[in-house]
Design a protein around this ligand. Sequence first.
Ligand SMILES: [Zn+2]
Length: 53
Amino acid sequence: MLLKIIVLFFVFIAVLGFFGKMHWLGGKRLTQSRCKSCGRYRIGTSPCPCKKG
Ligand SMILES: [Zn+2]
């Protein structure tokens, strides 16, 4: 019973680390897709709102 709780705990930590790594990769990609004129973060490949007028 106790061993089962410990295994579940380690699985939980592994899942947290996996999602943390995914979030870190997403954040790095976001910093690379900033607008060159105003510096705001762009979402996807859509152009920055500052260029629409
Ligand atoms: Zn912009």
